[in-house]
Design a binder for this molecule. Sequence first.
Ligand SMILES: Cc1cc2nc3c(=O)[nH]c(=O)nc-3n(C[C@H](O)[C@H](O)[C@H](O)COP(=O)(O)OP(=O)(O)OC[C@H]3O[C@@H](n4cnc5c(N)ncnc54)[C@H](O)[C@@H]3O)c2cc1C
Length: 469
Amino acid sequence: MALTHDPGRVLILGAGPTGLGAAHRFQQLGFDNFRLLEAATSAGGLATSVVDEQGFTWDLGGHVQFSHYSYYDDVLEAALGDEWLWHERESWVWIKGRFVPYPFQNNIHRLDPEDMELALRGLERAAAVRPTTAAAHFGAWIQTTFGEGIAQLFLYPYNFKVWGVPPERMGVTWMGERVAVPDLERIRRNIAEGRDDVSWGPNHRFRFPKRGGTGAIWRRVAALIPPTHLLFDHRMARVDAAGRAVTLANGRTMRYDTLITSAPLDLLAESCEGLPADTRRAARALVHSSVHIVGVGLKGPMPAELGRKCWMYYPEDHNPYYRVTVFSNYSPANVPDPESHFSLMAEVCESPYKPVDESSLRDWVLAAMRKDGLIGADADVVSFWHRRVQHGYPTPFLGRDAVLDHLIPALARRRIHSRGRFGGWKYEVANQDHSFMQGVELADRLLDGKPETTYFDPVRANSGVFLRK
Ligand SMILES: Cc1cc2nc3c(=O)[nH]c(=O)nc-3n(C[C@H](O)[C@H](O)[C@H](O)COP(=O)(O)OP(=O)(O)OC[C@H]3O[C@@H](n4cnc5c(N)ncnc54)[C@H](O)[C@@H]3O)c2cc1C
C-alpha cells in the first residue's frame, strides 16, 4: 500500500493494547520509523496478568474479550492461534441473599414479591412517561429509564460502588450499547412464566487464553513486532512539547516528530512542558477512580452454585466489592491444580467519595465472601493477592466531553496524539478491543489520512459496522 503521509520519527508511549495497536499497524503497513517506550518490563498495561507465589494467575480485574472489530479478532487469532477457550457468558446480581440473572430488570421475578412489585411499577411508570429531552445526568437517566424501584434496589447503589462517584455527577453521552433499555413486554412475560432471561445482547460468548491469563494475549501481540522497536523499562519523565523531545526517567532524551501516547492524560499533561495554562487546567479537571484487585485462591471444592458462573455484581453495602469473577472458570490453568483448587477475583473501587481502608480489606473481603456463600465457613484460603491500580476507571463525569474537546486538539496541534483507556478518557471506548483499534486507526490516519472512528465516533464504532457479517 502506498503511504500518502509521512509522520516522521514516531515515538509511542505505552505497550498496552493502544500502543501495541499503533505499532502493529505501522509494522503491517511497512512503516518502521517508530520506537515504542514502555515503563514496565513487559507488555500488557492494565491488560496484564500476574502469577502469584502460590501459582495462581490473576488479571488486573476480570478481563473478557468483547470485540467490535473483525480486524481485532484476526490479530488475536494470529497471536494465539488455537490456544483459546470459549465460554458462554453467565453474569448474575447477588442481592438480598439470592442470585438474580443479569440483566437485572429482565429477571425481577427472582425478587421478593414486594420488591418485584416495586420494580415493576417503577418500570411501568417510566415507560408511560418517556422524556422528550436528554437526561441532565446519569442519575436522572437511571430514574427515567428504569423507574424508582430498580434505581433504589440496584442501579443507584451498584453504580456508586463501581464508579465511586454520585450518579448526579456523571454524564449520559457515554452509555451507548452498555445499558439495555427495558423491554416491558418481555419482563412481564418472564414474570408470568417465572423464566430466567440469562443470555442477552451482544457478546454472549467470549474467549480466554488457555494459559497465562489475558496478559498472554498482549505478550504474544508484542512478539509480532520486531524487538528492536520495543524499549521496555523506559519510563517517560518529561515531554518537551515545543522541542519535540521525550526525557526518560534515566535521563536519556529521545526526539520525535510525532508522539503517540497511551499514558494517563492527566499525568501526561503534568509532565508536558510548553502547554498553555488553560490546557493544563483542563487536564486537572479529569476524574478517575482507582480499583483494588483482590485475588482469593482456594483449596477444596468450589460451591456448586458457582459451577458455570463467570462474574457476579454486588450492589449492597455489607460487601466491599462491586464484582467478583470466578476466575478459575475462565481457564483451569489459572489455578495450580484445577482438581483441587479454585479462584475468585474481587474488584473494589476507591475514590475521594469512597475511600478504602487497605489495612482491613483482606478481613472484610473474606468475611463478605463467607456471608455471600462464595466460600465455605472453613474454606482453605491458600493465596490472597492484592494490587491497587491507581488509574482504574476513566469516569464519564459531567462536562467530560468539553474537557476532552479542548485537550485532545490542543495536544494534536503539538503533534501529540493521546489515545486509549486513559490516554483518551472515554469509557465507552476503553476496553481492549477499542484501545487496540484506537492505536490502529491512529496509525492509519497518520500514514494515510483515514478518519479515526473509534475515538471520535464511539457510537458508530460500537454499532457492529466493523464486524464481518
Ligand atoms: C478492573 C478492570 C477491568 C477491565 N475489564 C475489561 C474487560 O473485561 N474487557 C476489556 O476488553 N477490557 C477491560 N479492561 C480495560 C483494559 O484493561 C484496557 O482496555 C486496556 O488495558 C487499555 O489499554 P491502553 O493501552 O489504552 O492502556 P494501558 O493498558 O493502561 O497501557 C498503558 C501503558 O502505558 C505505560 N505507561 C504509562 N505511563 C508511562 C510512561 N510515563 N512512560 C512509559 N510508559 C508508560 C503503562 O505502563 C502501560 O503499560 C478492564 C480494566 C480494568 C482496570
